[in-house]
Design a protein around this ligand. Structure first.
Ligand code: GLU
Length: 505
């Protein structure tokens, strides 16, 4: 690739970030980094009516959480600043006027009422080649009328003049050749009455000025592509137009249509990357991060929604993804979202993670359960024993709370009916053996336990489960002698004593 690869993620800050949006970020980022290029974050906030407070900060935080940090952005700056379109407002008008002078755009003075009246009288009204002459614009009015309206300061917009009966064709990196009939596209507004550009003008001008080489975006933007392609051509920049890639949709689990925020609510899984609270309604939409996903798992599950490396490999670190990513391997068809599979990725990444990496997460979980961590070595040992049992990070509490405090209740129902005096005798002797044990490690404890069991004529299976329930509270957890080793001699003996008292009362 001759020129430097420069890609952009260009969100409008209108709310939480859907996982499809994060996947767009990811594919942009992987492509850029694979080719040694730059990844740019540009905030497309020219539609002030849709602006939502906090949404930009949220997007920045999501990118940070995922480890997909931009090389240029409103926050880090860069050679093409500003990166927020609202701060670039003065740049755009000249290009809209250039288009008017070249005959590719025109002023339109129609009021909202006039437009509404037209829509009511003409079914499927489209402001375009068919009806634009019936409207009040610089194509239908005389030059002197136009000049006088502008002089009087009559509010007006600038619209693109979509050609009639043409086919606009381009080569999409994923979909191949794509064609559009210009008759089906209306004369989009390029510059609004308040002087702000619309998305269509701003996206083209900024992709040009910021020297974007490849533009990846969701498939939902495909219908806008003919407008953008014509603008590149009309502005005389065609030779510098980025290569386009419209990414396949992420579909509902049943494959029936695009996955929406509402599907998540309905089916009980998150669709947003992180928790999002709507500042107006106060409504909270849950996110993957807060549910207990590791960022490594989150980006891994996203990359597999529409891409694979041609083998059966499913687990990829970010560096591996960068190394292996290629746009040729992105599928055209939509990818079904499967929450069970998403959880599988998380479980695998928790298994793969170092205990030190998991430390901050588990410390926080313990803290929020009222168990402040004073000994991180101890926490790391517990983590090593239970991390393979966690699907979501908060599972750690369920799997490991008994290492940090005595179980509140003991599930004795399963052992009480089969309890015998011999078993009480065995556990009393075990307390003595344990109390006198010269060493305290899992192997020796297991040997002592088994030797005593044999001596007392008891089957190991009959006494092992009771010991587990005494120490853990239930029928779960890692190897029981590992647990005893970690909680220590005094605590093990104390728990056996307390359990015997409950069983025999
Ligand atoms: N501002 C658009 C969005 O909100 C950007 C689409 C594009 O990448 O061209 O997604």
């Amino acid at each position: 690739m001759a020129n430097k690869v420069r890609v952009r993620f260009a969100p409008s800050p209108t709310g939480g970030l859907h996982l499809g949006g994060v996947r767009t970020v990811l594919f942009n980022y992987l492509f850029a980094k694979h080719h040694g290029g730059d990844f740019i974050l540009r905030i497309e906030d020219t539609d002030q009516t849709r602006y939502v407070e906090g949404a930009e900060e949220y997007i920045v935080e999501c990118l940070k959480w995922c480890g997909l940090n931009p090389d240029e952005s409103p926050q880090v700056g860069g050679p093409f600043a500003p990166y927020r379109q609202s701060e670039r407002k003065p740049i755009y008008r000249q290009y809209a006027e250039q288009l008017i002078n070249a005959g590719f755009a025109y002023y339109a003075f129609d009021t909202t009422d006039e437009l509404t009246a037209k829509r009511e009288t003409i079914p499927n009204f489209q402001y375009g080649h068919e009806f634009r002459n019936q409207m009040r614009n610089s194509l239908s009015l005389s030059p002197s009328e136009v000049a006088s309206l502008i002089e009087q300061g009559v509010p007006h917009v600038i619209r693109i003049k979509m050609p009639a009966n043409e086919t606009v064709t381009f080569n999409d990196m994923i979909r191949g050749e794509v064609s559009f009939d210009t008759n089906l596209v209306d004369d989009k507004v390029l510059l609004k009455a308040d002087g702000m550009p619309t998305y269509h003008l701003a996206v083209v001008v900024d992709d040009y000025l910021m020297k974007i080489s490849h533009a990846f975006r969701g498939e939902e933007w495909l219908p806008s592509a003919p407008v953008h392609i014509l603008l590149w051509k009309y502005l005389g920049w065609e030779s510098e137009m980025p290569l386009w890639a419209h990414l396949p949709l992420i579909l509902k689990p049943d494959g029936n249509g695009k996955l929406s925020k509402r599907d998540g609510d309905r089916l009980g899984f998150p669709v947003y990357a992180m928790n999002w609270t709507d500042p107006k309604s106060g409504d909270l939409t849950k996110g993957f991060r807060e549910l207990g996903f590791l960022p490594e798992a989150f980006i891994n599950l996203l990359v597999m929604l529409g891409w694979n490396d041609g083998t059966d490999q499913e687990l990829f670190s970010l560096n591996e993804m960068i190394e292996k990513f290629s746009i040729e391997r992105v599928a055209k068809a939509g990818a079904k979202f499967d929450f069970e599979k998403a959880k599988w990725f998380n479980a695998e990444w928790i298994k793969k993670a170092d205990t030190t990496e998991l430390r901050p997460y588990f410390q926080q979980i313990l803290n929020s359960n009222g168990v402040p961590v004073t000994n991180v070595d101890y926490l790391d040992k517990v983590t090593a024993l239970v991390k393979d049992r966690c699907v979501l990070l908060p599972d750690f509490w369920q799997q490991a709370s008994f290492f940090f405090r005595r179980p509140h209740t003991l599930e004795l129902d399963g052992i009480k009916p089969k309890w015998t005096d011999e078993k009480t005798g065995f556990f009393n002797s075990l307390i003595t053996v344990f109390a006198q044990a010269p060493s305290w490690n899992a192997t020796d404890l297991e040997n002592d336990f088994k030797a005593l069991g044999t001596e007392k004529g008891l089957k190991i299976g009959e006494i092992m489960l009771p010991l587990r329930i005494m120490l853990v509270g239930g029928k779960f957890g890692p190897a029981v002698f590992d647990i005893a080793e970690l909680i220590g001699k005094e605590e093990t003996i104390e728990r056996i004593n307390l359990a015997l008292a409950q069983i025999n009362n």
